[in-house]
Structures are given as structure tokens and as C-alpha cells.
Design a binder for this molecule. Sequence first.
Ligand SMILES: [Zn+2]
Length: 110
Amino acid sequence: MIENAVEKYKNKERSPHVITDAGDYLLCPICANEYMAHETIEVFDHHEGNKQETHITISEGKMSSDHDLSGNPSGKRNGLKISFKCENCKRSSVLKIAQQEGLTYMAFEV
Ligand SMILES: [Zn+2]
């Protein structure tokens, strides 16, 4: 969960890492390869006090939406999840971007 990652970021442990190389390419969190293909993208629109919350999923050329924010990496704000498949190790990972108390956190889930 991103809450655990947030605590690790606060404690400077920063695990799992979001790593870029000198060219600012995102690297696979498993094997550090720079070639990763985007797969599913999820957007969570959530603001405290809003009556309407939205979850949009885009995958394989199709878009769907609902109001289920159970997968939102941010507890009280907007969140993003981008799934990747590494072209080298063939493993999947999810980059989670969450906002908490005005700060933006990024962490990989593998
Ligand atoms: Zn990899």
C-alpha cells in the first residue's frame, strides 16, 4: 500500500524505489532495465467534500469509468496508477502516484 511507502519515504528508506537513470528514463524496479511498456492506466479523482468521485481505467484501447476508489493509492486526494511490463525480465510492476497533505509521492508496487 502507498501508505506504507509514504511512511518509508518520510523515514528516508524509500522502498520500493522509483529510479531514473541519467536520461530520466524510468527503470524497471526489478531488473533496472529501461525498456518498460505501459499497460493499464488508472486515474482516481477524489477530493474531500466532493459528492462525485471518479475512477477511469484505460487498457488495451478501451476506457471504462466508475465511482470505485478502493484502489486509489491516495487516501484523501487524487491518485494515479500506471502498470508496466518490463521487456527484459517480463515482470509486471505498478507505478503509484499519490497526494497526501500537499505532498506527492511515487512508489513502485512489484
Ligand atoms: Zn525488469
